[in-house]
Ligand binder design. Structure first.
Ligand code: BGC
Length: 356
């Protein structure tokens, strides 16, 4: 009898799961979502695009996915074309967050809801929701990592540090800088941290379009001009691409395992994760793009079905025209001590990918 009950329960569960999947598939049937992504030059956006596409297609949506390759005008045209082809919803990760106002107004006019993906869309009232990570939190976590790794609160040593911050046209970049400096500014003020170039402001350290080449160039210049007699101890960078640029500059300047600095990054890209394992990068910020895609997909569903998505922030993301209701995922620091648990355990990468 017990067996029969379990069998019936198992069958009922299967039917429920099947109904759920079948039902879910219908949600998107006949509807198209246009996704405008910034660039394929950085791995994270390739994953973001692929995750969003797969998750939306699993719900029956058609997906138009395009990359602007860091060309602002190209992204504008791509979005214009999506509007012309009458997509039902737009998901945009902007190249220049303030350069899309005209095309966003067109979308609004055409009754197409717009969702901001990872980067806030500025100066527009056309945006419905925003899915991202806690961007100030990213900076804070990087700062706290440096603080703990160098025991800044207790040490009697001083450490040299240089900063490589994100693109000034990306709202995330200033937030990251703000979070980072909330932790590190006191140590710059009391002399525990020494920035020999004196470049500590956001204006002096932001790198347009998150360019890896610029980061490398700057690092080479800094090492040549300021660090001939004293090593650079910390590269506080806001992006894995910058960490790769610093790595090349440091290798070029003859740094070895003996004096290799602490290098931070963001995104836990595959290459960055391998560099963490080999010691060429110290940490990164793990942003699970599968989770972000999932949150964004619930927003797409909500706007197209008239329901309410999960929102956990209604005060922070003011785009100068409105405060955009947001869902912020939590950023986590990844380094040599927890990469196995986080990245492999979490199914983000396989052990083979990291070994290869
Ligand atoms: C994202 C980061 C990314 C950076 C460069 C930012 O907007 O939030 O995760 O590292 O762009 O692509």
């Amino acid at each position: 009898m017990k067996k029969l009950i379990s069998l019936v329960m198992a069958l009922a569960l299967m039917v429920a799961v099947f109904a759920c999947v079948a039902g879910a598939e219908q949600v998107g049937a006949g509807k198209t979502v246009g996704i405008a992504m910034p660039t394929q030059s950085s791995e994270r956006w390739i994953n973001d695009g692929a995750n969003m596409k797969a998750q939306l297609e699993a719900l029956g949506y058609e997906v138009l996915l395009q990359y602007g390759e860091d060309d602002v005008q190209a992204q504008v045209s791509q979005i214009e074309n999506m509007i012309a082809s009458e997509v039902d919803c737009l998901v945009i990760a902007a190249i220049d967050s303030g350069a899309l106002t005209a095309v966003e107004a067109q979308a609004k006019e055409a009754g197409i809801p717009v969702i901001a993906y990872d980067r806030l869309l500025m100066d527009t009232d056309a945006v419905t929701y925003y899915a991202s990570f806690d961007n100030e939190g990213v900076g804070r976590v990087i700062g706290e990592y440096i603080e703990q790794a160098k025991d800044l609160a207790n040490t009697t040593e001083t450490y040299t540090i240089e900063f490589f911050m994100g693109s000034p046209d990306d709202n995330n970049a200033l937030l990251l800088y703000t979070g980072l400096m909330k932790v590190l500014q006191p140590y710059l003020d009391n002399g525990t941290l020494v920035c020999k170039t004196g470049r500590t402001s956001f204006e002096d350290t932001c790198i347009l379009r998150w360019s890896q080449e610029t980061a490398q160039q700057w690092c080479e210049n800094y090492l040549a001009a300021e660090y001939a007699d004293e090593d650079l101890d910390i590269c506080a960078t806001a992006f894995d691409g910058f960490a790769y640029g610093c790595r090349s500059a440091l290798e070029g300047a003859g740094y070895t395992e003996e004096n290799w600095p602490l290098i931070t990054g963001q995104d836990a890209e595959l290459m960055a994760s391998k560099n963490i394992i080999s010691g060429k990068q110290t940490m990164s910020i793990y942003k699970d793009t599968r989770l972000l895609a999932e949150k964004c997909v619930t927003m797409v569903n909500a706007v197209l079905t008239g329901s309410e998505p999960e929102i956990n922030d209604t005060t922070t993301y003011d785009n100068h025209v409105m405060v955009v209701p947001s869902y912020l995922c939590t950023p986590v620091a990844v380094d040599i001590n927890n990469y196995e648990e986080l990245l492999i355990g979490g199914g983000y990468y396989t052990a083979e990918q990291l070994a290869g």
